[in-house]
Structures are given as C-alpha cells and as structure tokens.
Design a protein around this ligand. Sequence first.
Ligand SMILES: Cc1cc2nc3c(=O)[nH]c(=O)nc-3n(C[C@H](O)[C@H](O)[C@H](O)COP(=O)(O)O)c2cc1C
Length: 186
Amino acid sequence: MFTKHIEQMNTIACIKSRRSIRRYLPRKVAHEIIEELIACAKWAPSWNNCKAVRYTVVEREEDLKELADTLVASENIHIVRNAPLIFIISNVKKRSGYERDGHTSSAKGDSWEMFDAGAACQTLCLAAAELGLGTVIMGTFDEIGIGRFAGIPENEEIIALVACGYADETPKAPRRKEVAEILRYL
Ligand SMILES: Cc1cc2nc3c(=O)[nH]c(=O)nc-3n(C[C@H](O)[C@H](O)[C@H](O)COP(=O)(O)O)c2cc1C
C-alpha cells in the first residue's frame, strides 16, 4: 500500500516536472539506459494492443551531424547537433486503427497511428525524465530523407523524432491553462 502511494507520487511529480530539453551535455547515453527506456515505452497503450511503434536510435557523431545538417527543419538543427541521441519514432502501417481483416473500424480511420505513437512518445519521455534524462519531441523533418538515411522499412511511417540526453539547461515551465479552462462536467 505504502509502495503504491510512493509510486503514484513519483508519477505525478514526473508528469508535472518534465520539460522539453533542447541543450544537452556532451555525454553519451548508455545502451543499458536506452534499452530501459524502450522497456518502459513498450508498456504504452495501443490500439487493440497492436504494438506497432518502432524506435530507431541515431547516436554516431557523423550520423547526428548528417541528420542535423540535411534532414531536420531549421528550428531543430541546433537540437540535433548537440543531442547525443535521437530516436526516430515510426509506426508499422495499417495496424493502429485496423481490424485483422484490414478494415478500419473507427470513424477516425488510421489517425490512431499518430495517437499510438504519441502515447509511446510521452511514455518514453516520462521514463527518461524519471531516469534523469531530458527529451524533446520534434515534428518537423524530411520524412522521405530520414526514411532512406536510417533504412526505415517501407511499411513503417515515421511519426516523430525524439532527442534524448543529459540536460544542459533548466527551462522554465511554459504556461498551461487552468484546469477550469479545459475541464467540463456534463
Ligand atoms: C507533436 C509535437 C511536436 C513538437 N515539435 C517540436 C519541434 O519540432 N521543435 C521543438 O523544439 N519542440 C517541439 N515540440 C515540443 C513543444 O514545443 C513543447 O512540448 C511545448 O512547448 C511545451 O513545453 P514542455 O514540453 O517543456 O512542457 C513538440 C511537441 C509535440 C508534442
């Protein structure tokens, strides 16, 4: 009972204190830690438990430089240049939102692919925060170019990039709306 209470407190503190980090120390992230992050991200919920999200790690210096210089939007170049690690988040197509016979059974069609990847990204970012790592999700990049560069299989769609590393900044929390502004009771 006591342990459960502590775990819940940690989760809430982690949710509220996680910030997007755009400056990193020049310190590698050990593969043991990368694997622990993915061991957490895999517990994110997904459409019909289809488990379609995939994670590709870019960590070699020359690869990060190529990614930064040619494949991301200008506002993200400085992030990718100084991050020790980028996750390319992709989703196997035609799983999230689809039934076994291949038809989409919800009015939202295949947009659950984005939803599942979003849940996985947030789980990854929270796990990273808990382990003392900073992250930032990036949504603007050359999707076709990154697919070729990283050899992402044709049947996967690249959804986002997530930079990850030891923070070299402590950003102030951007404003959030008050609960009363975003919550309605019927
Ligand atoms: C889908 C998505 C795309 C994002 N794309 C970028 C991006 O391309 N570059 C960037 O610096 N931050 C990006 N962010 C981070 C947001 O700017 C950030 O989450 C927001 O300002 C709130 O700050 P916080 O994460 O520190 O609470 C993205 C976040 C999300 C969820």
